[in-house]
Design a protein around this ligand. Structure first.
Ligand code: NAP
Length: 534
């Protein structure tokens, strides 16, 4: 099957997640001919695939959704401060229909190769069904958490029961009722699904390798008064988000941990414990993440909370991290998580003490024997940052494979382009964000659209980035990684959860204001250091 026509598209977007939908909208509004390819059978990206029970935002709904249209903001009333997956999927479908974008979207269209032609400057993109499309500009909005990771556990195919991954959750509901269920992994996904499974399953066994510093999400419905206030504050919200380091509304605190005496500190820790989501990182004492003593004081407070909630002291001890500090990994936010371990049908297996040996036909085998199961839920994370880009068969100048170009990890400029891959962009990919992702990704989409508009309006057909600029931006990313108090090298942010993956920082910890100020400077300088040719 081939849909190739003589006239290439101006823009082909890959991925119908939050970033891709916005990129499609912006490209069309800028007057480009544009289509979007999406592997899934529905739109939503992360929020389409991660449809496991309990999946929800842990950034405030109204800061995570789109802010480009006041009308859209006004008409969509988020039900909760942290919306659940079905509402998020409905919202993204609403956006697609409201802005009449569906006619440009091809669902079930997984990209298998994308090849650049040095002579014409045109990309040829092939999908799984063999269809080919030609485009001048190729924009991959394939996200950072889109390729689920299954650990290489021996005997995975031997298990006779059902296996599902949180990041690849089936469209049909998975029934836990009366079943013996295992959840492997206690990252943000695992700790969201565990309490829900526990309520319904006959038994739940949680396989935990590393305990995480979980704190309450403190979700609540958005009241009518709050809805009205949000609408009144639209411009203020946008302004605050645009000037905050990580794209959240939470204000920074003005005191360091030991500026307060013990009673004041305890009271402040209580306030933090009861605060919503990421306030616990952003509005915390100014030194909490990098002053070891300060971090230890907060960690001990959280540990005491866990001991206070979990009845069995041995189980509580296993749930308290002992190998990393609070904030060193991306902290999950939970609802009734620790309480779950007080249920009679829930047990916790410490994989450091008894690692998984293999799966058998009946269940999971550790040193303690085989736990018989009906259903295994893999909550084992993703090939973060570069996972999707490395599986699309992308070839740039002279047939160079992106995977060879990035053999030692990604190098980028602004997290939107890499040298030797002209006319190819990847907003929301590696080096894009460290915080509230849609905010940074939206900046990148705006920038890419402006860049392409400039090229078109000035008669240029090829856009590439100066190697010196890429080198300097990538060096800045690596420096910021070393300085960043949080997110140590044990984190998937360095790719270390994937065997054989180069250890390279995959976020942009320099903050959103820096990205925005660089973008403004580039725009006012005729988009240098991008190189334009006809
Ligand atoms: P994750 O944070 O990478 O957690 C994966 C879990 O699987 C970890 O507990 C890990 O243990 C475990 N694991 C990996 N390999 C294993 C093995 N061979 N044996 C046993 N356990 C193994 O993945 P995630 O929970 O899906 O979350 C990924 C990211 O998605 C989050 O950090 C967050 O950014 C995003 N997310 C966001 C939300 C939200 O916004 N509400 C919800 C879910 C996810 P180790 O720690 O020992 O490696």
């Amino acid at each position: 099957m081939s849909v190739t026509s003589d006239t290439p598209l101006d823009v082909l977007v890959v991925g119908a997640g939050i970033t891709g939908i916005y990129q499609l909208y912006r490209a069309r509004e800028a007057g480009f001919t544009v289509e979007l390819l999406e592997a899934g059978v529905g739109v939503g990206g992360t929020w389409f695939w991660n449809r496991y029970p309990g999946a929800r935002f842990d950034s405030e709904s109204y800061t995570y959704g789109y802010l480009f249209s006041k009308e859209l903001f006004d008409e969509w009333e988020w039900q909760e401060h942290f919306a659940e997956q079905p509402e998020i999927e409905r919202y993204l479908n609403h956006v697609v229909d409201r802005f009449d974008l569906r006619q440009h979207i091809h669902l079930g269209a997984r990209v298998t190769s994308a090849t650049y032609d040095d002579t014409s400057g045109i990309w040829t993109v092939t999908t799984e069904d063999g269809a080919e499309r030609r485009t001048r500009f190729l924009i991959s909005a394939t996200g950072v958490l889109s390729v689920p990771f299954f650990p290489d556990v021996p005997g995975r195919d031997d298990f006779a029961g059902q296996q599902v991954h949180t990041g690849l959750w089936p469209a049909e509901p998975v029934d836990f009722t009366g079943k013996r269920v295992a959840v492997i992994g206690t990252g943000s996904s695992g700790v969201q699904i565990i309490p829900i499974v526990a309520e319904q399953a006959a038994s739940l066994t949680v396989y935990q390798r590393t305990a995480n510093w979980c704190t309450p999400l403190n979700n609540s419905p958005i009241t009518a008064a709050e809805q009205a206030q949000l609408r009144a504050d639209f411009e203020k919200i946008r302004e605050t988000l645009n000037t905050s380091v990580s794209g959240f509304l939470h204000p920074a605190h003005d005191r360091a941990t030991f500026d307060d005496d013990e009673d004041q500190r305890h009271a402040f820790f209580e306030t933090m414990w009861s605060s919503p989501g990421f306030a616990k990182l952003i509005s915390h004492y100014t030194d909490m993440t990098f002053n070891l003593e300060a971090n230890a004081a907060w960690s001990e407070f959280v540990a005491a909370k866990i001991r206070g909630i979990v009845n069995d002291p041995d189980v509580a001890a296993k749930l308290i991290p002992d190998d990393h500090r609070f904030g060193e990994k991306r902290p999950p936010f939970v609802t009734s998580y620790f309480e779950t371990y007080n249920r009679a049908n829930v047990s916790l297996v410490d994989l450091k003490a008894t690692p998984i040996r293999r799966l058998t036909e009946l269940g999971i085998e550790t040193a303690d024997g085989v736990q018989e199961l009906d259903l295994i839920i893999w909550a084992t994370g993703f090939d973060f940052g570069t996972g999707a880009l490395s599986r699309m068969g992308i070839r740039g100048q002279g047939g160079l494979a992106l995977n060879d170009h990035w053999a030692d990890g990604p190098t980028t400029y602004l997290g939107v382009q890499t040298t030797r891959f002209p006319n190819f962009f990847f907003p929301g990919g590696p080096h894009a964000a460290a915080g509230n992702n849609p905010r940074y990704n939206g900046d990148q989409v705006d920038f890419v659209t402006d860049l392409l508009t400039y090229a078109r309006d000035n008669g240029y057909g090829v856009v590439e980035v100066d190697p010196a600029a890429e080198e300097s931006w990538t060096a800045m990313i690596d420096r910021a990684a070393r300085k960043a108090p949080s997110f140590g090298e044990c984190s998937y942010y360095f790719g270390t959860n994937i065997p054989g993956k180069p250890k390279k920082y995959l976020l942009n910890s320099a903050g959103r204001p820096k990205l925005l100020s660089m973008i403004e400077e580039i725009k006012s300088n005729d988009f240098k250091p991008f190189i334009f040719t006809q």
